[in-house]
Design a protein around this ligand. Structure first.
Ligand SMILES: Nc1nc2c(ncn2[C@@H]2O[C@H](COP(=O)(O)OP(=O)(O)OP(=O)(O)O)[C@@H](O)[C@H]2O)c(=O)[nH]1
Ligand SMILES: [Mg+2]
Length: 202
């Protein structure tokens, strides 16, 4: 799919204030610093559309980007960020939960997992929670340029095995690197397929 236009729409702190739920929507979630905002920039071919940072906790709101005038990409704050107060973290968690569970036009949630790491408890807890809430999701293993292919493959296998021990069906997954610019076509292809299925002019 060609990305002809990608525009920042706005940042929102609760679901009620988000743009009208009338377009197919895809959101990115995952631990702070895993590469959510960077991935949005890679997908849209724009360097600074979503703000990125070497320090975790950069994205703190629900950020909307309108693509090809017809569907939305949504950048969410990360989970597992230690350097905020308990109250602030609870506020974020509530905001994210509300968005994920109630957003009617959210077609697929992409859960980003750092491919350099062995399975982490907070990622597994998060995907298990999604399973319980019956939220459709896809996993994206990020930063694959940082490790050897065999090390990356080992971590991915271990993560999927952990999921398999709990769930009968495994979600699809992708591998990405913003350095190698890999994974872009596959993810956009999936979105295009969904856009057609859900009635958007992509
Ligand atoms: N080598 C490499 N670095 C990456 C990749 N993706 C992201 N990064 C780096 O990881 C850091 C965090 O990226 P962000 O996109 O800001 O991460 P985020 O998940 O949006 O973080 P929060 O908004 O804090 O939750 C930045 O320094 C990026 O340059 C990748 O594929 N490869
Ligand atoms: Mg971010």
């Amino acid at each position: 799919m060609n990305i002809q236009s990608a525009t920042y729409i706005g940042s929102f702190v609760d679901l009620e204030k988000c743009p009208k739920a009338d377009k197919p929507e895809y959101a990115f979630i995952g631990r702070s610093n895993v590469g959510k905002s960077s991935l949005i920039n890679m997908l849209t071919n724009k360097k600074n559309l979503a703000k990125t940072s070497g320090h975790p906790g950069k994205t703190q709101t629900i950020n909307y980007f309108l693509i090809n005038e017809s569907w939305n990409l949504v950048d969410l704050p990360g989970y597992g960020f230690a350097k905020v107060s308990v109250q602030q973290r609870e506020k974020w968690e509530k905001m994210i939960e509300n968005y994920i569970r109630k957003r009617k036009n959210l077609i697929c949630l992409f859960v980003l997992v750092d491919s350099r790491l062995t399975p982490q408890k907070n990622d597994l807890d998060f995907v298990n929670q999604l399973g319980e809430w019956q939220i459709p999701f896809t996993v994206i293993f990020t930063k694959t340029d940082k490790n050897t292919q065999s090390e990356t493959a080992k971590n991915i296998k271990a993560f999927m095995e952990e999921m398999k021990s709990r769930w009968e069906f495994l979600p699809p997954y992708f591998q990405t690197s913003i350095v190698k610019k890999s994974g872009r076509d596959e993810i956009l292809e999936l979105m295009e397929e969904y856009n057609i299925r859900f009635g958007a002019i992509a």
